[in-house]
Design a protein around this ligand. Sequence first.
Ligand code: ADP
Ligand code: MG
Length: 462
Amino acid sequence: MKENLSKKIVNSSAAQEENFLNWNNILQELKMVFGNDVYESWIKNINLKKEFNHYVILSAPTRFVRDWIVSRYADKVLDQIKNFKQSIQRIEFLIEEKEEKLNKKDYPKNSHVSAIENSLLNYNRFDTNNSFDNFVVGESNELAYMAAKRVCLESSHYNPLFIYSGVGMGKTHLLNAIGLEIEDKQKVMFISAERFMYHFIRSIKNNEMVKFKDFFRKANIFIIDDIQFVGGKEAMQEEFFHTFNALIERGSKIVISSDRPPSNLERIQERIKSRLSGGLVVDIQPPDLNLRKKILKNKFEIIKRNFKENYIISDEVFDYLATEISSSVREMVGALNRVLAFSKINNKSPSVYECKRILKDFIIYNNKLINVESIQNSVASHFNLNIQEMLSPRRSRSLARPRQIAMYLAKQYTTNSLPDIGRRFSNRDHTTVIHAVKKIEDLLKKDNEIKQSVNEIKKKFL
Ligand code: ADP
Ligand code: MG
């Protein structure tokens, strides 16, 4: 895969003006980069309108969609375009209303199923692999697991149940498991906040708000993933608040996931935060080594079962993966897949040495094993802080310095843009990041203590 990527770059640097960008190819890449939800909700609505030497003009169907994309995804979109054509320096958007109308043809005019329902039902499918049975329980996730199981019982009083954790810790897995468990018995609605928002906007445009409301308020259990994404969208929050209240009133259960606790959600109305904290709030902590090993073995069994292949993986390799990749379970599973591919091709387990090689490639290609979150984790643990403290607005030196070091390392070791790094530090401005980077660069030249700290932290996440 890495070879592909570098080939692409070589090709594009050789590209002449007459080598126009193939937008469909770029969309395919964007889908991989952003994942299905974000892609379906926003990215696929972008079109390439015009291409110049150093910039491209893209179209978005509405002002709202444009603003949304520009504020959240533009950096990564540009990065992908650059992969195809290095000379592109920036992107511009124009608004092209007719695109949205074209989309309407997805739905037959006289269909008895409403457009909303039709498109929503596609998102209400559950992944049978992510069941309670396939969730490995340990100290760090036990509470969330038990609470999720409890929600499935008639007698549960946890309402709403709010689960939060860093990325790749199993939130979506648990939400999915709840859905699987009760979909036969009750009407379950499972949707990501991004997706909810997309349908909300679409319904406003198409004058389908009544249907929208009805649809969501019918649920016996309403599960919404990654709520942090509704930050800032007032009209949408308003609707969410009313949906929430209507559901509670009719005795439906609500389950929510987020990357942070309700009190730390940004640009979300206080009254919503207080509603979100009104039931049970539980977190999932990063798994310890032992649990990581168990999860790996469990995934391994599932993959073997699903693909009916007999992969050979030695115990040393499991140990190696579980020890080396601690930032998120998702990364660990990604690494396992790499190792399995090797095992299949060579019909033997890779040695640890070979693993290093296989995963080095994985790390470079994926760039995900080191990310802003894993850096923040390493810095916080080095200074004995918790992440929330480190990201808080407080300016005391004991917090500000670690925060600056984390920003500095994020700039050095990830491909995230400065605004994006800023956003991941509780929505700070990119100028704050620039300042932090300069500050630490300066200190590294003259302050041995900082230098030593930075080196120790690097060992943690590299
Ligand atoms: P999140 O939603 O918190 O970012 P996911 O639920 O998408 O994380 O989990 C990422 C991957 O890790 C999924 O493949 C999931 O099945 C797996 N995973 C996470 N925790 C566990 C666990 N305790 N047992 C089994 N698999 C897990
Ligand atoms: Mg998730």
